[in-house]
Design a protein around this ligand. Sequence first.
Ligand code: ADP
Ligand code: AMP
Length: 231
Amino acid sequence: MAKELKTMELSNSEEMYKMRLVLLGPPGAGKGTQAKRIAGKYQIPHVSTGDILRENLSAGTGLGLKAKTYMDKGELVPDNVLIDIIKERLSKPDCSSGFLLDGYPRTISQAEALNQILADTQLDMVLNITVPDEELLKRLSGRRMCKCGASYHTEFNPPKIMNVCDVCGSTLYQRDDDKEEAIKNRLKVYAKQTQPLIDYYSNLSMLKTVDGTESIDKIFAEITSILDTYE
Ligand code: ADP
Ligand code: AMP
């Protein structure tokens, strides 16, 4: 992307605008997997509300304890909590020239709050990754996480040594909400509360759809070709 190159030529104090992106898609679509690659290539912060909530949970904060009751059941954490989180995160200096949102917004009212937070600026693009439900079930039940943030799949994206993180060597774990009952509820919640955002952003001519059933590499190539031609 031309904008990315221009940014690299400037000093920090003159840092230029990069891009403001949202990754949309059901749980298990591959948002986190692609977000890590996009953030690396385009040098924009990856803001995952799920990660922020899980960090709070591990740190035992009041927010984490409150969120856990919703997360374990596969329910959404209330909008007001998420809006405060995203407002604070987007006010940090690293987001001033661009960001990649993963897992936010998840409701129309979160999207409207985002518009207000962004005020005079706006999003450049919403990338919607589509994957059918039966594939999502397989992906989520086989997902394994590492405390360092790396994520794997027992079959589709396995670590070199079973259950051991390639990056830091720690033992992998399964998320509590990647158990069958919670997965089923998350897919229902997605259909009811988050899917309406597809029409919402499509009506604003911001939506680009990406077929998420391809390989991780192919999807990334498709996303970069969309971003590299974006002006
Ligand atoms: P999300 O952030 O959308 O919930 P993840 O990026 O965590 O989804 O991916 C869910 C699971 O599916 C992970 O175990 C990941 O390794 C695996 N995965 C991601 N993309 C693909 C893909 N294109 N093909 C097969 N498995 C994938
Ligand atoms: P994720 O890591 O994106 O799959 O999110 C895990 C869980 O965190 C979700 O199932 C919700 O319980 C909660 N969560 C994350 N982001 C949001 C959001 N924007 N709105 C409400 N709940 C959220």
